[in-house]
Design a protein around this ligand. Structure first.
Ligand code: 0X9
Ligand code: ZN
Length: 421
């Protein structure tokens, strides 16, 4: 009897695992362009269908991961409808495994050094949650008069959420708030946020003179750790909360109380864009909300880092109409895009989320502007190279350097508009 029970249990666990983790063996990443509304609706039929993961949708193309068992028929269908596609990744599993090995090699090389023992990061691999925290502690010990940590609460699974505060003291300074890692698999986002902090503290302390900085590098620690824990979990996006379904997690960026669930979000707990049972159901988002609202008057710019696609997005995401300060938002975005282009010729598109990307409600950027009253609110979709989320770690520094150029522009704008001179 016990044996039978055990067998059923194991089978059930495997079944659940199948449900949330389609095999990446032979999974391909396709980039498909479309022109007609018919072609678009054909693609839309596959959203939330098991075996299909629409990792990027824009006005003229989609990137979709398709499992091995579905790929042949799907390609045939695309060809029948005369739709152009390119295979971006031939075998997702292979790429994930390669990344996993490269990560371990770099980490072990680093682990032999003094730097590693001190908590410093080399930015040659993507740090896990523990390494991020060690780095934050290292910063507070190294830059005692500038860097401090504010624990804003614990995640669903009990991981502490730490905001790094950079301040040279003196009251009444405007602040810039940065978060990253609300989407677990977008590894370049936390790494870039941290690398920009590194640049600021090591060689650009002028950025600290008139502005205070708050940086929350990992807004979704449970999801982030999950993607680091095994290569099978590498493409997880959501939080890890249990919402009473066999499918875990909520899309943090559909969960904010700003036109929650009105568009571009799902009520299906198994969907990757599940908005949650109610607005702010996610404890991580509650902590972020409370932190920001407590510093509402001080925080002048809200920047949230995601990947991928090279977009500078601003509100609204929930409607195609634009906020009243759209000219200001557009102007600043354009200057940021130019600064990045000048640095490494990386081309960013900018515009409101709904118009430049796709409509989606319940995002943190919309909430920051609409509810917290932070006029300068931006989502950065960092580069993804040819492999999307699986951007080689050798790109951390170059992406950090070019994105830092945009940060300087935002800093300059906030200083001239809000700082006392
Ligand atoms: O869909 C998202 O949450 C963001 N793109 S991602 O590929 N990183 O998932 C874009 C969010 C843009 N902002 C709003 N829609 N409010
Ligand atoms: Zn994202």
């Amino acid at each position: 009897v016990i044996f039978l029970f055990a067998t059923i249990f194991v089978a059930a666990v495997i079944a659940i695992d199948e449900e949330t983790h389609p095999s990446m063996q032979g999974m391909q990443s396709l980039s498909i362009s479309y022109e007609t509304p018919e072609q678009y609706s054909l693609l839309k039929n596959y959203v939330d269908v098991p075996g299909f993961d629409f990792v990027k949708s824009t006005k003229d193309f989609v990137d979709v991961l398709v499992t091995a068992d579905k790929i042949k028929d799907f390609k045939q269908l695309l060809e029948e409808h005369r739709m152009n596609y390119t295979v971006m990744v031939e075998d997702v599993q292979q790429l994930v495994s390669e990344e996993y090995i490269a990560q371990e090699v770099e980490r072990r090389l680093q682990a032999r050094t003094q730097d590693y023992a001190s908590g410093r990061l080399s930015f040659t691999y993507y740090p896990n949650y523990k390494e991020v925290n060690e780095y934050l502690t290292y910063l507070t010990q190294t830059y005692k008069n500038i860097a401090s940590l504010i624990t804003i609460g614990n995640s669903y699974e009990g991981r502490s959420m730490k905001v790094l505060k950079l301040s040279t003291g003196g009251g009444n300074k405007p602040a810039i708030f940065i978060d990253a890692g609300i989407h677990a698999r977008e590894w370049i986002a936390p790494a870039t946020a941290l690398y920009m902090v590194d640049l600021m503290l090591q060689s650009h302390t002028d950025l600290l003179a008139k502005v205070d900085w708050y940086v929350l590098p990992v807004l979704n620690p449970d999801g982030y750790e999950y993607t680091h824990s095994s290569s099978a979990n590498r493409l997880w996006r959501k939080t890890r909360s249990n919402t009473g379904s066999i499918c875990k997690g909520v899309d943090g960026n559909r969960n904010y109380d700003m036109q929650w669930m009105t568009i571009g979000a799902s009520s299906n707990p198994c969907s990757d864009t599940y908005a949650g049972p109610k607005a702010f159901s996610e404890v991580e988002n509650q902590h972020l909300r409370d932190f920001i609202l407590a510093r509402k008057g001080q925080i002048k710019a809200y920047l949230t880092f995601h990947s991928y696609g090279q977009y500078i997005l601003y509100p609204w995401g929930w409607t195609s109409s634009v906020p009243s300060n759209e000219p200001e938002l557009r102007n600043l975005a354009s200057q940021c895009a130019q600064a990045i282009a000048k640095s490494r010729r990386t081309r960013y598109t900018y515009g409101t989320s709904a118009n430049a990307l796709y409509p989606a409600a319940g995002g943190s950027d919309d909430w920051a502007l609409g509810k917290a009253g932070i006029n300068l609110s931006y989502t950065y979709e960092l580069p993804g190279g040819n492999s999307g989320f699986l951007l080689p770690a050798s790109e951390i520094k170059p992406v950090g350097v070019e994105t830092f150029e945009a940060l300087k522009v935002v800093h300059q704008y906030v200083t001239s508009k809000y700082a006392s001179h």
